[in-house]
Design a binder for this molecule. Structure first.
Ligand SMILES: Nc1nc2c(ncn2[C@@H]2O[C@H](COP(=O)(O)OP(=O)(O)O)[C@@H](O)[C@H]2O)c(=O)[nH]1
Ligand SMILES: [Mg+2]
Length: 274
């Protein structure tokens, strides 16, 4: 269900940092993990306290596509979901690096008992606006390991669009299937499903096909994860940057169209711009 907010914590202008300051201070000695190999340093990924942002009213209530009249923004939430070690963080870091300073917010991290949830906001300049409202998109990753399901549920609250990052390694086949089932179960608790939301599937680590490690053929991944063929799928190598942009562009487009369609129905607004 859509909710319109009279005011909110979204900064008046992009580039302001009050929201990030509200969340917490940069901790000393925060560890980086996979960011390191992509050239991200401690200062580029800021760690914030768990609970503050993820536990705010919007996420608790599971509301979708927040509208802030104060900042004239419609806020959409896209979550990168999938098995642990599949490449979600690599996707997010690659996207963050590719976006210009003018449109992207700071890359933030919440440490959730050993694994991290990364997120940042950005203004997609090429997706136009809805009525007088600018569109703002937040990208999130979830921790993939089975034991972090509570965090995944929290991150999924209020989701407007999903990228399911599947691991092409044969050894991870079962983890892909299990993670997709887990996504359906968690969405069901919010009264949603992968058929009611914009969902894009990414077959990641395709750079490993032809190498010594066994890789699942794309057709088999289709049979496992997209048997009806109704979801858009992209082959990718997040490590090399291949397919990351295409996946990201598709989910943004689908999400903005879906949100604007719902708004149009509810409030008589329309999507304008290019
Ligand atoms: N060969 C290859 N390795 C990748 C690719 N994407 C991610 N990785 C590696 O897989 C590991 C897990 O990646 P990460 O992004 O942390 O996965 P996450 O747990 O889903 O966030 C890291 O060592 C990455 O370097 C890819 O496209 N190809
Ligand atoms: Mg990760």
């Amino acid at each position: 269900m859509l909710k319109i907010c009279g005011s909110g914590s979204i900064p008046e202008k992009h580039g302001d940092t009050p929201r990030h300051r509200m969340i917490g201070q940069t901790p000393r000695g925060c560890r980086l993990g996979t960011g390191e190999f992509l050239g991200y340093t401690d200062s580029a990924i800021r760690q914030v306290r768990p609970g503050n942002r993820l536990g705010n009213k919007r996420h608790r209530d599971g509301l979708m596509a927040i509208i802030s009249f104060r900042s004239d923004e419609i806020h959409c939430k896209i979550v990168y979901y999938g098995p642990g070690r599949g490449g979600k963080t690599t996707n997010l870091i690659t996207i963050h690096k590719a976006l210009g300073d003018q449109v992207r917010g700071e890359l933030l991290s919440i440490d959730t008992s050993g694994d991290r949830t990364l997120f940042f906001d950005f203004l997609p300049m090429d997706l136009g606006s809805i009525g007088k409202f600018r569109i703002k998109i937040s990208l999130y990753t979830v921790p993939g390991q089975v034991r972090y399901n509570d965090t995944r549920k929290l991150v999924l609250k209020g989701v407007d669009g999903i990228v399911f990052v599947a691991d092409s390694l044969e050894a991870r086949r079962h983890n892909n299937i299990e993670s997709l089932q887990n996504l359906e179960e968690n969405l069901k608790e919010q009264g949603k499903s992968t058929t009611s939301l914009p969902v894009v599937i990414q077959y990641n680590k395709r750079d490993l096909s032809g190498s010594k490690v066994a890789v699942i053929p794309v057709e088999e991944m289709d049979r496992d994860l997209n048997p009806q063929g109704q979801l858009p799928c992209f082959s990718a190598s997040a490590l090399k940057g291949d397919g990351v942009r295409e996946t990201f562009k598709k989910v943004c487009m689908m999400t903005v169209v879906d949100v604007s369609t719902r708004l149009l129905k509810d409030k008589g607004m329309s999507l304008t711009g290019s």
